[in-house]
Write a protein that binds this ligand. Sequence first.
Ligand SMILES: [Mg+2]
Length: 195
Amino acid sequence: MRIGFDLDEVVVDLTGPLVKLANDHYDLELSRDSFQIYDFKNNVYVDDTKLNDEIIDFLIYYANDEEFQFKAEPCAGAVNTLLYLNWLYHTIYFITSRPVENKGTTEDWLRKYNIPHAELIVLGYGVEKGPAGKHNHLDFFLDDRISHLESMLKHKRDWPGGLFVIDRPWNRYSEKFNRIYDWSEVGKTIGGQYA
Ligand SMILES: [Mg+2]
């Protein structure tokens, strides 16, 4: 199959180091559960509005920073599962909303961890993912953001491998897509299907 994955918060763990950085910098006690809404802008971290705005800018800055992205580590189990799926002859695509100019560093990051892939598609913030899913004839896609899965479904009706959401605090409001809890489940879900 042609299988597609989002990168941030699916393959790359950005939230872990972001929480640590913000906590150290502002003396906070944020956790992964502090992000109940996908967009950094819509979460309340502290009661002080001015400080809250400052924290939002801080988080957005680092989440998009090439060096920060490059230093981030893979989500638990992601690399081994991707190697396994590649070994089973599935074709791997990554579709990310990272800034387009971060493509080179993102490619370097994938190489750093020897993550096999046919293509890395970097769309930039706010660009719909559905057209890229359709264009590449994907059979399966996994994202942490519901709107990207909705976009996939809008542009392509048939998903033989399925459309899946990886469980994160900010996507628990929706039951529209199949939910996957960790990478071992990804391996079982796709590994059991013909390449
Ligand atoms: Mg993501």
